[in-house]
Structure formats: structure tokens, C-alpha cells
Design a protein around this ligand. Structure first.
Ligand code: C2E
Ligand code: MG
Ligand code: MG
Ligand code: MG
Length: 292
């Protein structure tokens, strides 16, 4: 998969405009059919409480199992779906699939965990969003407290007053709100304090060069401490090494996500990750997580 992503990234840098347009047209044509043919799937990446080591939630991450191209990364097709508007249909499928899975999972475990679901800009601004959320919660008998939605700062900046309205309504339903990829956009803490949000996810960009870049460490420490003053839970994404984990733990970062704990895994792998206490993860990097 990492190889796949690497190849894709390489491709997007070298592709000519013509090739990019071809891909755009191909994807926009194929996506609706792929959804009907059940060629999309969700993987789940654990988020671990850094003080206890328990998995407290999982992030749903979509993949496209393309018949010719193999696994296609969401970084390639989500922007196309966003552009064509298909994201609203695809996003509904993601929400339903994630909710069905968390219902199934939590009925098998003693301590419920949460599911974090990414919402893109167009989905977030869709007038049908709240009805969609309400319908699916009811259909799959999901406790709204189990659901977290991840939105980016740039999305919020587009129309802040209507964003506040939508977030307030999602919170009123009982959902948790997370700001994804925090720090790489334009947001300031000044406006953050006015937003109805609960969780801040520090972007991987700040984590990846710890401990080699002193600046990143200082920025990360500052983000964590300011977020705590605003009563926000802090999640660090992209933790790959034990040094990074320890640094974040020292800074009282609440939750960690990254290859150190686990790569995104299938539902079956997640179940075995959760059910066998102290089990090492076979398919991903072999760190030991004491399990809830
Ligand atoms: P994101 O929401 O910031 O998700 C985190 C990305 O970082 C994921 O990439 C994840 O696999 C990757 N990651 C996690 N830990 C590590 C690590 O330790 N090292 C490295 N190098 N990477 C790590 P992925 O799955 O390719 O997703 C990319 C982006 O696509 C996501 O970024 C999100 O913006 C979007 N996306 C994924 N699934 C969905 C979805 O269902 N709906 C929407 N609207 N967007 C989605
Ligand atoms: Mg995310
Ligand atoms: Mg993120
Ligand atoms: Mg990110």
C-alpha cells in the first residue's frame, strides 16, 4: 500500500495536464459504477490513548479497489468526487458503512470505541447533511456519542457563520467534532475558541520530523498546550516512532494515531486487534498495544 501511494504521488507530480484531465474524466465516469459494484471499501486506523495505550477510536479511511489500477488512494479520487458532486453520494455510503461497522463492533466489545469519519467541504455544506446523519444513526442504532466527524480548517474558513451553525447542530445530535490536519491552514487560535469543536488533530507535517526539527517540536508543544486551554482533546497524526510517541506523551498530547500503533486495517483485523489482549499486529508494524 505504501508502495502504491508512493507510485501515485510520483504519478501526480509527473503527469501532464492532458493525463490529469484523462484521469479526471475516467474517475468521474467510473466512480458511480464502482460504488454500485461494491468496489469501495473502508479501512480503520486505531487512535490510541497515549496515557493508557488503549484504542479509544478508529478513523474510517476509504479505498477504491479499481479493476485495472489496483488500490487507488483517496488523495486521488476524493478531489474528483468533490469536484463532480459525487462526494455527497459516496459520503453517505461512507457514513452508513462506518456506522454499521461501529454498531457491529461495539456490540462485541465491553468498552465502546468511537468511529471518526472524514467530511469533505461539499458534504459539509450539503443541505441534506443533518437529515443524512439522523437517518443513518437511526437506521443502524448507533449511539451518537460513538461518532466523531473530522473536518479541515480550510473548510471552516469558507463560510464561518454557516459552519458554526452546522457544527452546533451536529453537536446537538451528540456527535464529536474534530478539526483535521490542524496547523497547515490559516486558522488562528483566536477564531478556534469561537467554534463549537471538541478535538484538534495536529497534522502529520509537524510530527514527522520529530526529534530532528526543533521548530516542529516547539510548535507542536505550543499547539497542544493552547488546545488544552481551550478544553480541546488533542490527537497527533502520523506517529511512526517511539521517540515521537514519548515526546507527545510528555507534552500531554491525549491521543496518537500512526503506523507505530497500526496502519489502517480491515474490520476483521481490527476485531482481532481489539479482542486479543496484548496481541501484536501481524499485518502492520508490530507494536504491542494493551487493548481495552
Ligand atoms: P486524513 O484524514 O488526514 O487521514 C490521515 C492519512 O494519513 C491517511 O491517509 C492515513 O493512512 C495516513 N497515515 C496515518 N498514519 C500515518 C503514518 O504514521 N505515516 C504516514 N506516512 N501516513 C499515515 P489516506 O488513508 O491515504 O487518506 C488520505 C486522505 O484522504 C485523508 O487524510 C482524508 O483527507 C481523505 N479521506 C480518506 N477517507 C475519506 C473519506 O471517507 N471521506 C472523505 N471525505 N475523505 C477521506
Ligand atoms: Mg482525517
Ligand atoms: Mg488528518
Ligand atoms: Mg493529514
Amino acid at each position: 500500500q505504501a508502495k502504491e501511494m508512493g507510485r501515485n504521488q510520483y504519478r501526480s507530480f509527473t503527469e501532464s495536464l492532458h493525463d490529469q484531465l484523462q484521469t479526471y474524466l475516467q474517475f468521474s465516469r467510473e466512480m458511480p459504477k464502482a460504488l454500485e459494484a461494491d468496489h469501495f471499501c473502508l479501512l480503520y486506523q486505531p487512535q490510541v490513548d497515549l496515557s493508557t495505550g488503549s484504542i479509544v477510536s478508529v478513523e474510517a479511511l476509504i479505498r477504491w479497489e479499481h479493476s485495472e489500477l489496483g488500490i487507488v488512494s483517496p488523495n486521488e479520487f476524493i478531489p474528483v468526487a468533490e469536484e463532480t458532486g459525487f462526494i455527497v453520494t459516496l459520503g453517505r455510503w461512507v457514513f452508513a458503512t462506518a456506522c454499521e461497522m461501529i454498531h457491529r463492533l461495539n456490540s462485541r466489545t465491553e468498552t465502546p470505541i468511537r468511529i471518526a469519519i472524514n467530511l469533505s467541504s461539499r458534504q459539509f455544506r450539503d443541505p441534506g447533511l443533518l437529515d443524512m446523519v439522523r437517518d443513518i444513526i437511526e437506521e443502524y442504532q448507533v449511539d451518537p456519542g460513538w461518532i466523531e466527524v473530522e473536518i479541515t480548517e480550510s473548510l471552516l474558513m469558507q463560510d464561518i457563520s454557516s459552519a458554526i451553525e452546522t457544527l452546533t447542530e451536529l453537536q446537538a445530535l451528540g456527535l464529536t467534532i474534530a478539526i483535521d490536519d490542524f496547523g497547515i491552514g490559516y486558522s488562528s487560535f483566536n477564531y478556534l475558541k469561537t467554534l463549537p469543536i471538541n478535538v484538534l488533530k495536529v497534522d502529520r507535517e509537524f510530527i514527522k520530523d520529530i526529534p530532528n526539527h526543533q521548530d516542529d517540536m516547539e510548535i507542536t508543544a505550543a499547539i497542544i498546550s493552547m488546545a488544552h486551554r481551550l478544553n480541546l482533546t488533542v490527537v497527533a497524526e502520523g506517529i511512526e516512532t517511539d521517540v515521537q510517541r514519548r515526546f507527545l506523551e510528555e507534552q500531554r498530547c491525549n491521543v496518537g494515531q500512526g503506523y507505530l500503533f497500526s496502519r489502517p486495517v480491515t474490520y476483521e483485523n481490527l476485531v482481532s486487534l481489539l479482542e486479543v489482549p496484548g496481541a501484536t499486529q501481524e499485518s502492520a508494524k508490530g507494536s504491542i498495544i494493551p487493548v481495552i
